[in-house]
Design a protein around this ligand. Structure first.
Ligand SMILES: [Zn+2]
Length: 330
């Protein structure tokens, strides 16, 4: 799909691109002196403490990361695929122009424009997630956030496009760890954090947090395990998950993954009301719907479901079934 997008460039380019925004002088010098090779070596040393920080509960599947786009992996668009200037630096996800692009984690937009990273063509965004972690989104059709904007995980930041050297519309997605230039395999990076870049159900470990956990708590409440929807998967929530799993004859490990999610979610449509609808509204809001979380599935919620389905190229029926839920919680 993208013949030339995102080759890992040489040290000169990488150094030149450690640009004016958001990077220290030390980072600039390090980039210039050491080049990409050392940046990669440094990644392993720097990444561990940075990545460990938000997962105090001992797991990386902590609910802080999510899928940046729905689509499929094109042939030859995988991370590491041969390119003219070096291996492919990201993973391509194809879909049509206008497909929603979401922030893969909370952070700050530090680059926004055309050719914002060396060797990458077209419109791109770089988000800094702190701790030397960055994500890059390439070939965008339209930006939906400004430079320096603070974004939440799952917030819509752009529309998929075909700008730059491409043969068709897709997202070129990169993860950098241990500093900008610390190219990392985005598929395995996200998988280790419970996210399936291929589009399947996510995995949340005990101790996870965030909007998806909040939605999970609302849904579990509807399933008869009354919880405070605080977005913090502590001991009480884990007990509820285990009880739910036991009752369904699933492995009662307290981890909410691809085997548990399909049993948990409800197919919801206009006229429904209750805690499960609050869960739906919560994950719609994670993806920028801006709904009141009132537990009533009225016309406003229906419009939001339809808009989400349309933006993610799902069947647009205004009904939240398993496919829509997968996209919402993924
Ligand atoms: Zn690419």
């Amino acid at each position: 799909m993208c013949e030339q997008c995102g080759p890992v460039d040489g040290a000169e380019r990488a150094a030149a691109d450690l640009g004016p925004v958001g990077l220290s002088r030390r980072g600039l010098l390090l980039g210039a002196g050491a080049g990409l090779g050392l940046a990669l070596t440094g990644a392993s040393g720097l990444a561990s403490p940075a990545v460990a920080a938000p997962s105090a509960a001992g797991s990386l599947k902590n609910g802080q990361w999510c899928n940046p786009a729905r689509g499929h992996f094109p042939k030859g668009g995988h991370y590491g695929a041969p390119r003219g200037g070096g291996p492919h630096a990201g993973q391509d996800v194809t879909n049509s122009v206008g497909t929603a692009i979401y922030a893969a984690a909370a952070g700050t937009v530090i680059r926004r424009g055309s050719g914002v990273l060396g060797g990458r063509s077209g419109n791109g965004l770089v988000i800094s997630h702190g701790g030397g972690r960055y994500t890059y989104y390439g070939h965008l059709h339209r930006f939906r956030v400004g430079l320096n904007a603070r974004v939440g995980a799952g917030q819509r930041i752009a529309d998929m496009g075909a700008t730059g050297n491409v043969t068709g519309p897709h997202l070129h997605f990169e993860v950098h760890s241990g500093g900008l230039g610390g190219i990392t395999n985005p598929v395995s990076y996200l998988a280790a954090r419970g996210v399936d870049l291929g589009g399947g159900w996510p995995t949340l470990d005990p101790g996870a947090g965030g909007a998806t956990v909040k939605a999970l708590q609302y849904v579990l409440t509807r399933r008869g395990h009354e919880l405070v929807a605080d977005g913090d998967s502590g001991a009480v929530s884990v007990r509820a998950v285990k009880a739910f799993q036991s009752a369904r004859e699933l492995v009662a490990d307290g981890q909410v993954g691809p085997k548990t999610w399909p049993h948990l979610v409800y197919t919801l449509r206009q006229g429904h009301s209750g805690s499960h609808v609050r869960g739906l509204q919560t994950v719609l809001n994670k993806h920028s719907a801006g709904l009141a979380v009132d537990g009533g599935f009225g016309s406003v919620t229906r419009t939001a479901v339809r808009a989400f389905q349309d933006a993610n190229r799902l069947v647009v029926d205004g009904e939240a079934g398993p496919k829509t839920w997968t996209a919402l919680v993924g």
